[in-house]
Design a protein around this ligand. Structure first.
Ligand SMILES: Cc1cc2nc3c(=O)[nH]c(=O)nc-3n(C[C@H](O)[C@H](O)[C@H](O)COP(=O)(O)OP(=O)(O)OC[C@H]3O[C@@H](n4cnc5c(N)ncnc54)[C@H](O)[C@@H]3O)c2cc1C
Length: 388
């Protein structure tokens, strides 16, 4: 049989994992990435469940462990700086396979694991997709035309492939009612804490101390605003969200504003009745964004890529795409349901719900609280158990 070729749009978690797994089942892969190179900044994420299992099968766990961020203790404070909760994160996580690292480091490890003959076109913009029935081609902005057997849209939440082939974002976006922002900065404030969080009604900010003397920040806040935040409005949006936050939060935003622009987006689920159409299939956030609340978006991108390649390696394309959808969907439905429910616990919107949550956290015996957090992570893993 002649070697089959996948055209993959997006060199993120899903796209690079797909290239690796497809090569393993004998396909060739061309990856089209809009950015000039792999992004060097990136939010923190936790890899557990099927994603971590698949990463182990790829042999990249040692590289991920080498970049893992150590979180011994979590401290949650209110806007006045009063300690709401202090948890020995490390102690109760030790029984769970879990790696906390930056998206950047995960993407780099996936990239470095690729065989040298995977063709990655950085700085390439796809402009047109033509599905010929038995082949599919994509035209790049520089006039190049690439043809393959399957086109994989792994281009993230605001996927161009999805808009081109499946329809407008409005058809598939389910907004959860929150925005998030991430950025990192040099730790000149010497936080001296692995994980510090300031929480108040309608807004939370988390700071992770990284290995390289930097801090990664994540804000999440309640809002009905949607859509892309223009570059020049990003810091102002964060300042508005954090206007009543603890003074240290303002100090950190001031310092961060001297660095690169933050990433801002909505917590948006992507909910699609089918992830494929003819010779085009979506993977990762483009297909089924779970939001950061699920804690499984990257993991499921990797697991889904492995599953897709496994099916493509042994079946005709249309049957493989159908089977991939059938195997993956139950876990995605559960995880999206979880994201819908957990948002209110992560960022309580009203003062009443905020105080009720904190009361419960403060008065719950520590052993129960530890168990509650373990169970939350376990339920993420269980929700995805049928996907590995
Ligand atoms: C703050 C935050 C915390 C998170 N925490 C976790 C966690 O704890 N655990 C977890 O598993 N997941 C977590 N996630 C989710 C996880 O990061 C995503 O699910 C994962 O990155 C999705 O991978 P992807 O490859 O689908 O998309 P992305 O990682 O977004 O990659 C898409 C790629 O496509 C490229 N691209 C976009 N458009 C085009 C185009 N038109 N042409 C060519 N290339 C294009 C982009 O440049 C990018 O390289 C978190 C997400 C956020 C934002």
């Amino acid at each position: 049989m002649t070697q089959r070729t996948a055209l993959i749009v997006g060199a993120g978690v899903a796209g690079l994992a797909a290239a690796w797994w497809l090569k393993k089942v004998g396909w060739s892969a061309v990856v089209i990435e809009r950015a000039p190179d792999l992004r060097t900044a990136g939010h923190m994420l936790g890899l557990s469940g099927p994603g971590l299992e698949v990463a182990k099968r790829m042999g990249i766990e040692p590289q991920l462990q080498a970049k893992a961020c150590v979180i011994n203790e979590n401290i949650y404070r209110d806007r006045k700086g009063r300690e709401l909760l202090r948890m020995k994160y490390r102690e109760f996580l030790k029984e769970l396979p879990y790696i906390a690292l930056r998206r950047t480091d995960l993407v780099q490890a996936l990239h470095d694991a690729l065989p040298p003959d995977v063709d990655i076109r950085f700085g390439a913009t796809a402009e047109k997709i033509v599905d010929h029935g038995d082949r599919v081609s994509v035209q790049l902005a520089d006039g190049t035309e690439l043809t393959g057997d399957l086109l994989i849209g792994a281009d993230g939440l605001r996927s161009w492939v999805r808009r081109e082939v499946f329809g407008s974002d409005e058809r598939f976006f389910k907004e959860l009612g929150y925005r998030f922002a991430t950025y990192d900065l040099e730790d000149t404030l010497n936080l001296g804490i692995d994980f510090l969080s300031y929480t108040e009604p309608g807004h939370i900010v988390e700071y992770y101390t990284l290995r390289d003397g930097r801090i990664a920040a994540l804000h999440a806040w309640v809002t009905s605003e949607t859509g892309i935040v223009p570059d020049e409005a990003r810091w102002a949006a964060i300042r508005r969200a954090a206007r009543t936050a603890h003074p240290q939060v303002h100090e950190i935003v001031d310092a961060a504003q001297r660095g690169p622009l933050p990433l801002i987006d909505n917590l948006t689920l992507v909910d699609m009745p089918s992830w494929s159409e003819g010779r085009v299939v979506l993977l990762g956030d483009a297909a089924h964004c779970l939001t950061l609340i699920s804690g499984q978006g990257a993991g499921m991108s990797i697991a889904s890529a492995a599953m897709l390649a496994e099916e493509l390696g042994s079946k005709p394309i249309d049957e493989a795409l159908r089977r991939h959808d059938e195997r993956l969907r139950p876990a995605i439905v559960k995880l999206q349901e979880r994201s819908r429910k957990m948002g209110a616990l992560f960022v309580p919107a009203s003062s009443l719900s905020f105080h009720l949550r904190n009361f419960a956290l403060r008065h719950m015996p520590r052993a129960w609280l530890g168990q509650y957090f373990i169970n939350a992570i376990r339920s993420e893993i269980l929700a995805t158990a049928d996907a590995s």
